[in-house]
Design a binder for this molecule. Structure first.
Ligand SMILES: NC(=O)c1ccc[n+]([C@@H]2O[C@H](COP(=O)([O-])OP(=O)(O)OC[C@H]3O[C@@H](n4cnc5c(N)ncnc54)[C@H](O)[C@@H]3O)[C@@H](O)[C@H]2O)c1
Length: 251
């Protein structure tokens, strides 16, 4: 790949880590951020991810940085740019869910999800947009979800955040297109990550059974599509949502 630095939010684990590894495999330097999540060992996972990325011979910059905080995001982007010599790709992958029936969902939970999944992506997009416009190049991929189109029970905040993220994707594509910047989204179905372990086993089994391909996605199934959307081969694709769901959404 010609351009050489990607920012991946939430890149310590799961899909973000797979995206970072796919970029690194192609010689792209990586900056990633993360925050600690209850019951998870994210800082330890971040170290493992860094080691795995460096094994590809690329430069890596990682930082605990909360995408909900605009100033922290701006500092992170500045440091990533200084450490790695530029920024060419942004993948808005950081995301959380707070599953509860609509009538039980607290406004704190609602805000946590919207602030992370939507406002966090807006902060990161805004922070790179100035740079991308000046350099007249850049690619942005947002990690949405099939739940934005086909919601299960109890995902009101998550589905709303991902649907809005798709709105952000299309509007950003329209605004940055004239500057030569492509902006797309992927909508994964069910992907085998630690986050999936919080779902009841029967929900996951049903998803696997109902998908046309009869399998769950591995994180790299999503990572490969994200990296394709950042490649020169995808130069005429913008404002689109690519489903990576094994056909779950067509049946
Ligand atoms: N796993 C799935 O089945 C699935 C399906 C559809 C979409 N997604 C989306 O994919 C993305 C990654 O999910 P995952 O399954 O890899 O889960 P994960 O929990 O392993 O990864 C989420 C990452 O985001 C980071 N993060 C969370 N809040 C943050 C914040 N405020 N600031 C910075 N980083 C933050 C965490 O530290 C973590 O590393 C999410 O946006 C999720 O909604 C996942």
């Amino acid at each position: 790949m010609r351009l050489n630095t990607a920012i991946v939010t939430g890149g310590a684990t799961g899909i973000g880590r797979a995206v970072a590894l796919e970029f690194a495999r192609r010689g792209v330097n990586i900056a990633f951020n993360y925050i600690d999540l209850p019951g998870r060992d994210i800082p330890e996972q971040a170290l493992l991810t860094e080691t795995a990325l460096r094994a590809f011979g690329v430069s890596v910059y990682s930082e605990r940085c909360d995408v909900r905080n605009l100033e922290a995001v701006e500092r992170f982007v500045e440091r990533a740019k200084a450490e790695l010599g530029g920024v060419h790709y942004l993948v808005n992958n950081a995301g959380i869910t707070r599953d509860a029936a609509l009538w039980r969902l607290g406004s704190k939970q609602w805000r946590e999800v919207l602030d992370t999944n939507l406002t966090g992506a807006f902060h990161c997009t805004q922070a790179v947009a100035r740079l991308f416009r000046v350099q007249r190049m850049g690619k942005i991929v947002n990690v949405a979800s099939i739940q934005a189109f086909h919601p299960s029970f109890g995902v009101v905040a998550f589905a709303a955040s991902k649907a809005a993220l798709i709105g952000l994707t299309r509007a950003t594509a329209a605004e940055l297109g004239p500057a030569g910047v492509n902006v797309n989204a992927v909508a994964p179905g069910y992907v085998r990550t630690e986050a999936l372990e919080s779902l009841p086993a029967d929900v996951v089994d049903r998803a696997k059974h109902n998908s046309v391909l009869g399998r769950l996605a591995e994180p790299e199934d999503v990572g490969n599509v994200v990296v394709f959307l950042c490649s020169p081969e995808a130069r005429h694709i913008t404002g689109q949502v690519i489903f990576v769901d094994g056909g779950l959404s067509i049946v």
